[in-house]
Design a protein. Structure first.
Length: 457
């Protein structure tokens, strides 16, 4: 799928030259000569090099003049189409913390640079590349735990693993952030990580058992996996599992909330459970990965622990009508959940697979007003961020949260995994990309006065 997309991008880039030339007569006040050092590098360094640098997750860098010049036409195309930087949410509907959205002027500058011959410009005008700390995007961690290294032979397909990352500490403590850092960002596709919290006396050692097993999607397979990883307590019972503590997607930066909000109670014995880690294909080359997890301690206990609910597939509110998508149809579904108490929403995560076409979520207050949450007019399976609001969003008791999705199971959908299209459902609760899901995950706090004015940035 990725290869097709890339080819498509390249073809369009060529066709696009004509379109780029067309937009030159818009009467904008652009510099007479757009140069790399003066105009283009600052845009790339602010919006692109977080991924387009060694270790950043994209497969090529956009740091030097030579690198950027080689991609000048594609850069013009992907920015004009707003495919890059990847930010599927519509910034005119709602804005989020850390959003990467280019201004119209930035886009025109990149286009003009591509068609005006991609001039380098005066060397002394070159800006400094932002300082990307190695091994973390969030600062200097207090503890670093290695994830079991993984070896992918040449031409291996997608791999989904269940991985245990255990630790022991001298005493119980708190953490403000747990961050997953990929060792080989070319192959680590995504990670969903939970947190297993042991009661000290109930587990002799957290280090026994194997550390990684192939993910099997049915419940029996999962339970067997958990046993191989030696996750249960010594008496066979299961410890507490906190969901979604450490997630990774290319370009996503770990969320530290203001002190006391969110964060984790870190018992002396624990383990992160990557459930799952997805390794992408390796083409002709073998690949190795040694990822790690960073922990940032906190002196402040998580006084206001973040809570979570989920609409849709496997969630607290059903998908309506059932998510059964007949071949050659476009299907609208929704999911609605009434909130019983006032809540403050921090972060939201819309989730669909390859047939997803668009996603919209909002809340309807008891008196009928609408609170906007997110609009994704052009669903992109590759970029499924956890979107954090700049300030918490208060949703009062009695409101209904509504999530609406549209699926395209026709041949017009270039991401349709089936040609000819087949019936696709979420009925087996499978996470395979070729089955579907419709989910809206909301992390929130019980509302306290003043929440809506507290900056999360
Ligand atoms: C969040 C990470 C991220 C950011 C930020 C980002 N990119 Fe990308 N970019 C990628 C990834 C990953 C790919 C490969 C996508 C694929 O192969 O489907 C890509 C692909 C591209 C391509 C397509 C290359 C080809 O194969 O034809 C271009 C051009 C590009 N990016 C330019 C940019 C520019 C310009 C910016 C900033 C304005 C930017 N990107 C910001 C991750 C990012």
């Amino acid at each position: 799928m990725i290869a097709t997309k890339k080819t498509k991008l390249l073809c369009y880039a060529v066709i696009c030259v004509a379109m780029l030339l067309g937009c030159q007569h818009g009467g904008e006040k652009l510099p007479d000569t757009v140069t790399f050092t003066e105009h283009v590098a600052p845009i790339l360094y602010n919006n692109c090099t977080v991924c387009h640098r060694p270790g950043g997750g994209a497969h090529f860098d956009l740091i030097t003049y030579q690198e950027a010049k080689k991609y000048a036409l594609s850069i013009g195309y992907v920015t004009k189409e707003r495919l890059m930087p990847p930010w599927p949410a519509d910034p005119h509907y709602t804005e989020f913390k850390g959003q990467r959205v280019l201004s119209e002027t930035d886009i025109k500058i990149l286009a003009k640079w591509a068609i005006d011959g991609s001039v380098e410009g005066p060397k002394e005008k070159m800006p400094h590349l932002p300082n990307y700390p190695t091994g973390s995007l969030a600062g200097m961690p207090d503890m670093r735990i290695a994830v079991a290294p993984y070896y992918l032979p040449a031409n291996s397909g997608d791999k989904f693993l269940l991985v245990k990352v255990p630790y022991e500490l001298p005493a119980d403590t708190f953490a403000s952030l747990v961050e997953f850092v990929p060792g080989n960002s070319n192959v680590v596709h995504h990670v969903n990580g939970d947190f297993v919290k042991y009661v000290f006396e109930k587990k002799k050692t957290v280090f026994a058992g194997v550390y990684a097993v192939d993910m099997v999607e049915d419940t029996a397979g999962l339970v067997k996996g958990f046993q191989k990883l030696d996750l249960p307590n010594d008496d066979g019972s299961y410890p507490v599992l906190q969901k979604s503590v450490v997630n990774y997607l290319p370009g996503a930066v770990g969320q530290k909330y203001p002190a006391g909000i969110g964060g984790y109670y870190l018992p002396r014995k624990g383990a992160f459970l990557l459930n799952d880690i997805h390794y992408g294909f390796t083409n002709k080359n073998e690949a190795r990965d040694s990822s790690h997890i960073n922990i940032f301690f906190s002196k402040v206990p998580p006084n206001r622990p973040v809570q979570e609910f989920q609409l849709g597939t496997l969630g607290a509110a059903p998908v309506e009508p059932d998510l059964v998508i007949q071949p050659n149809t476009v299907k609208n579904v929704s999911s609605r959940l009434k909130v019983a108490k006032d809540i403050s929403i921090l972060t939201i995560n819309p989730h669909m697979h390859l047939l997803g076409k668009s996603f919209l979520a909002y809340a309807i207050k008891p008196e009928g007003d609408t609170i906007r949450l997110i609009s994704i007019p052009r669903w992109d399976f590759s970029w499924q961020y956890f979107y954090t609001f700049k300030k918490m969003v208060k949703v009062p008791a009695g409101s209904t949260i509504v999530a609406e999705g549209i699926y395209d199971n026709t041949t017009h959908n270039p991401n349709n995994p089936n040609n000819p299209p087949l019936v696709v459902t979420d009925q087996n609760g499978s996470m395979k990309a070729t089955d579907e899901m419709f989910q809206f995950i909301v992390t929130y706090l019980p509302y306290q006065p003043g929440d809506e004015n507290l900056s999360l940035e």
